[in-house]
Ligand binder design. Structure first.
Ligand code: IFM
Length: 476
């Protein structure tokens, strides 16, 4: 931080009684039990079992074994005092091939989870899709196909019918940016395709899936609180070409989602930027009206910022984009944008730590959409944790993670003070878990998981967070 700017390390800041403190996970990252009780294969099973796709050949086969340790994990959440728990439902547990017959044991598992949360006084925030598409749907085109969006609405209805009366917030999709651009553009995520036109078709079908699912949920539950979670990019322009580069990345990363979801239209400049790649014929008349369903909440996932400019065509090309590139591009039509090295400090992901980005993002969203309540649905950090042996047993003194969280809670508090309607904060993540292409090499949990014994060990950050929740003030 430069002098004169806040360092975001305030202690003692108070949060209101309605502010919902919780923590988040996702099904494939923690559950394991991938072929139990009728679950079908997902694209992440296929991808992680394909040599060379995931660090160390790691898979989600066992993960944190949460599927078998549900009750103990629920007790842990209660011990930490969580007020909310954001989890995702694995579509292939509910419909093993993504369509048709419902797999009762899958629904029963999530019913047990939701009821277990409620029994412990914890509000369930359910995400319907956190990247584990049934493989059978991918075999028919996955998110490049309109039929996947239609199937998603059927799945949403099935889950809403069963759990609807008990879920506090329904989130349709988690970070469709990742599903579309990393899944079908860069190839870093499942299904691992590298095709800009497919990535853009996936953007649209994910948006459409959201709209159709919200409509389906509300048909079953007219009063359901519906949301979507986006990983909006906080973009800093650099130099003379920075504004153009920022416009392009903002278009692909942010406006291709916010536009149809909240304004009812796709941004014309992005359609123009990408016209050599696709004619956008997959957007049918009436689609943007379907996508723009009233939202009760927008979920915001925030980790770091990017700084961009246009490549001059001569100098060695810079690309410090934090998203692992397997060969394709996550930025269709804007490959000439350079991502500059960010000033540190950094987390173990190599992502820069900049809490001002969270404050800026929340304030900007509030200014653009003043009526829309916001929630931080993910924020947290991976660090190379060390287990130490203390007199009373093993411990993880993760002061770097506490520092990260302190700064970001301060940023959230500053946004609240500036009038942002911020309803809560879900720390990513409750447990160390399968970090997608990075396998188990990156630890985001406030609770450590020993991958040999699967034992859970709350880190110092978990204690710190428990104190924040208990006192409703950022601890000293
Ligand atoms: O682990 C992921 C999560 O699944 C989605 N948001 C970002 C996290 C950290 O990379």
């Amino acid at each position: 931080m430069t002098s004169g700017t806040p360092d975001y390390r305030d202690a003692g800041l108070a949060f209101g009684d309605d502010f919902l403190f919780g923590s988040a996970t996702a099904a494939y990252q923690i559950e394991g039990a991938v072929d139990e009780d009728g679950r079908g294969p997902s694209i992440w099973d296929t991808f992680s079992h394909t040599p060379g796709k995931v660090w160390n050949g790691d898979t989600g086969d066992i993960a944190d074994d949460h599927y078998h340790r549900l009750d103990a994990d629920l007790d842990l959440m209660r011990e930490l005092g969580l007020e909310a728990y954001r989890f995702s439902i694995a579509w292939p547990r509910i419909q093993p091939t993504g369509r048709g017959e419902v797999n009762e044991p899958g629904l029963a598992f999530y019913e047990r989870l939701v009821d277990g949360l409620i029994a412990r006084g914890i509000r369930p925030i359910a995400t319907l899709y956190h990247w584990d598409l049934p493989q059978a749907l991918e075999d028919e085109g996955g998110w490049t196909s309109r039929a996947t969006a239609e199937a998603f609405a059927d799945y949403a209805r099935i889950v809403a019918e069963r759990l609807g009366d008990r879920v506090t917030v329904w989130t349709t999709l988690n970070e469709p940016w990742c599903s579309a651009y990393l899944g079908y553009g860069s190839g870093a995520h499942a299904p691992g395709l590298m095709d800009g036109a497919k990535a853009l078709a996936a953007v649209h079908h994910l948006n459409l899936a959201h709209g159709l699912a919200v409509r389906a949920i509300r048909e079953v539950l007219p009063a359901a609180e519906c949301s979507i979670t986006l990983n909006l990019h906080v973009i800093r322009p650099s130099g003379a070409t920075g504004e153009e580069a920022a416009r392009r990345i903002d278009g692909l990363a942010n406006r291709l989602f916010l536009g149809p979801l909240l304004d009812g239209e796709y941004p014309a400049d992005v359609i123009e930027d990408t016209k050599a790649i696709t004619d956008w014929a997959f957007v049918r008349p009436g689609d943007t009206e379907l996508i723009r369903q009233p939202l009760d909440l927008l979920g915001v996932n925030y980790y770091s910022t990017v700084t961009v400019r246009m490549w001059d065509g001569h100098s060695p090309r810079v690309n410090a984009d934090g998203h692992k590139d397997m060969g394709g591009s996550p930025w269709p039509g804007s490959e000439e944008v350079e991502f500059l090295e960010q000033p540190g400090p950094y987390t173990a992901m190599g992502w820069n730590i900049d809490p001002s980005g969270l404050e800026d993002l929340l304030v900007a969203l509030h200014e653009s959409y003043p009526e829309l309540p916001l929630m931080v649905t993910e924020n947290g950090a991976a660090f190379d944790d060390v287990v130490t042996e203390e007199a009373d047993g093993p411990a993880v003194h993760d002061t770097d993670r506490i520092d990260y969280l302190r700064r970001h809670f301060t940023a959230a508090h500053r946004a609240l003070a500036r009038g942002v309607d911020l309803r809560g904060y879900q720390v990513w993540s409750l447990l160390d878990n399968f970090e997608w292409g990075f396998g188990y090499s990156k630890r985001f949990g406030i609770v450590r998981v020993d991958y040999d014994t699967l034992e859970r060990l709350p880190k110092d950050s978990a204690r710190w967070y428990a104190e924040l929740i208990r006192t409703r003030r950022i601890p000293a």
